[in-house]
Design a protein around this ligand. Structure first.
Ligand SMILES: C[S@@+](CC[C@H](N)C(=O)[O-])C[C@H]1O[C@@H](n2cnc3c(N)ncnc32)[C@H](O)[C@@H]1O
Length: 279
């Protein structure tokens, strides 16, 4: 007897177009057809768990199983992140933004949003620098909202436990901060301090909908790159509705708003603010 055929190795073009369409519909992410090997390997892992052998069959299962939507989103999103990613942004935040903001807003709670937070490194980097600033600045306080469309990374963020690789660079660059805000769970697991953890709330959110709260600063980094120009403009408009006038928007190193129609005003690479119309 011939061995059972394994159809899962190659995705046909009709299914590829279908997968790309569903990824866009659910997340806004535009995937090029040359990403087929990436999509195949990510979906295959999930298909193995479900004992589904063809991509077409998996897409049928996804279409009729509401509970599968989140698993699909979790596997198709790219969640790469690190503590203190792009040092120049953190230097601006620590040395310019925080002192200036506090001078202009004494006795006010600073509100921050890490708007595609992945597994929490960005939000905890913010919490660490704000905690440091709070230590030397009586009257200063802050709260951070961190959101993502992937429930898998939000669960990791909430756990606040990181492997060696995740803290390696940060530990070497800022040993005193590592010592103050991390402890060891075991040989290779590092836990963020409970003091820092309680300053961050993690919630699911899709950037294609509007958040009601208002923030002083929003980190929207390394997510716009996955969207078409039109979708970037939509997301940037949604996010602007949650940014206070004179609030700051921080984007990723490989992202720029210069060719887009948006309400933001350029300050320096990665850094923008929102001004009253006409200012
Ligand atoms: C590469 S990570 C960036 C993490 C972090 N901001 C940084 O710069 O290191 C991109 C994150 O965007 C999230 N994402 C993708 N599409 C999204 C959407 N429509 N709404 C919210 N988050 C989304 C992904 O799940 C992923 O965790």
């Amino acid at each position: 007897m011939l061995p059972a055929q394994n159809n899962s190795d190659e995705m046909d073009n009709v299914t590829l177009v279908r997968v790309i369409g569903v990824v866009h519909k659910l997340t806004g992410i535009t995937m090029a057809e040359h990403k087929k090997p990436l999509l195949q390997s990510r979906l295959k892992k999930r298909m193995r768990e479900l004992q589904i052998t063809s991509y077409g069959e998996y897409m049928d299962y996804l279409a009729k199983t509401a509970g599968e939507t989140q698993n699909f989103i979790n596997v198709v999103t790219t969640n790469e992140t690190t503590f203190f990613r792009t040092p120049k942004v953190w230097s601006f935040f620590e040395k310019e933004f925080l002192p200036e903001w506090h001078k202009n807003n004494p006795r006010t709670m600073l509100t921050l949003w890490s708007a595609a937070s992945s597994s929490g490194e960005e939000a905890y980097s913010l919490a660490i620098l704000c905690s440091e600033f709070k230590l030397k600045t009586p009257g200063f306080d802050f709260k951070i909202l961190a959101t993502d469309i992937s429930s898998a990374v939000l669960a990791e963020a909430e756990a606040g436990e990181y492997h060696d690789r995740a803290v390696e660079f940060f530990k070497r660059a800022k040993p005193e901060l590592y010592d103050r805000y991390f402890s060891k769970k075991d040989e290779s697991t590092h836990i963020i301090s409970s003091e820092v953890k309680k300053k961050v709330q993690f919630l699911p959110h899709n950037l294609f909908s509007v958040k009601k709260e208002q923030f002083d600063i929003i980190f929207l980094r390394n997510v716009l790159i996955y969207f078409s120009s039109e979708d970037q403009e939509n997301v940037l408009m949604n996010v602007s509705r949650s940014l206070k006038i004179n609030g700051h928007l921080i984007i990723g190193e490989s992202e720029s708003l210069s060719r887009l129609n948006t309400p933001y005003h350029f300050i320096s690479a990665c850094i923008y603010d929102l001004r009253k119309e006409g200012k």
